[in-house]
Ligand binder design. Sequence first.
Ligand SMILES: NC(=O)c1ccc[n+]([C@@H]2O[C@H](COP(=O)([O-])OP(=O)(O)OC[C@H]3O[C@@H](n4cnc5c(N)ncnc54)[C@H](OP(=O)(O)O)[C@@H]3O)[C@@H](O)[C@H]2O)c1
Length: 329
Amino acid sequence: MIKEKINWGILGCGKIAHTFAEGLSFLPSARLLAVASRSGERAAGFAKRHNAERSYADYESLAVDPDVDVIYIATPHNFHFEHTLLSLDHNKSVLIEKPICVNAKETRKLIETARGKQVFLMEAMWTRFLPAIEMIKNWLKDRVLGEVKMLFADFGFNFLFDAESRIFNPNLAGGALLDLGIYPVYFSTMVFAQFPVDISSKAILGKTGIDEQSAYILKYGNGELAMLASTLKALASQSATITGTGGSIFVPEFWKARKARVTIDGKKSKMVEPDFEGNGYNYEALEVMSCLKRGELESKSMSLDESLMNMQIMDSIRQQIGLVYPFEK
Ligand SMILES: NC(=O)c1ccc[n+]([C@@H]2O[C@H](COP(=O)([O-])OP(=O)(O)OC[C@H]3O[C@@H](n4cnc5c(N)ncnc54)[C@H](OP(=O)(O)O)[C@@H]3O)[C@@H](O)[C@H]2O)c1
């Protein structure tokens, strides 16, 4: 039976969880039913602010709630593995924040578990579902640039240093690559749809040992190149440019894309901004609910195989820059 409303649970009541809860509020077929935090008080405050009926002072109570259909996991990267397994063990569908987990080994185990139990799992790479990105995917499918040859993309902010924050703390899988570099990496996989034949990376490791700045050149099998970078130390341009034999596509703030400029033959140039609703996070939630309503266990737009491929790329980058987290040793 297809349910009219899908009941969501949120695990971890931090920053992005608030943004996601706002995103859900734009979807008439979504109900935020329950939230869980390590602190009962924080859970109750979050539930009140976002009109959730139930709040829990531990994550397991959310996982066992029989009325919750799908759990959105919004804890730091290094907990994604454990919290996803907890949710899958209780047969909950899962939308898990990016990165899906810390490395390819963990990712394989999550995928095996979800597929084995026939439970829905998707990585919350929200950018992928934005209307401007859908538009760019269609342009590429229609070969408006001819043959795509190159991609340039960077992402970064100038963060205030705090050794304990999840951004800089190696015990919370901190670093530019997994937090921000993941956006250009996923964008590149979207554009070239293949595993690179060569990866070349450089990084500046900071005093906590994580990559404060990192840059990667991915070479693909048909002679394409992607030049990608991420930084915790500079306000990056945050743009992406795709170039092809017949023109280019420029995407300002590509990670939260609202529009794109397409230029053909160096002359005809137009900025196109498709309609946009909500705060952007509603689109990934809608994808989850559409899959669940169709009885599909994986999203075609953000497949588990692709999440694994991207984690393998990021494992290679980390190997080259010498970044191993303490809990991986
Ligand atoms: N898609 C996006 O645009 C986007 C943006 C930002 C972040 N993210 C992703 O979302 C995840 C969370 O990021 P955030 O910025 O929301 O982080 P945050 O504000 O620090 O929140 C993380 C939450 O995780 C829970 N948690 C459990 N164990 C923890 C521990 N030992 N230390 C710290 N927190 C712990 C806490 O919730 P309780 O105390 O309530 O249990 C905490 O509030 C990250 O994986 C990040 O990559 C995605």
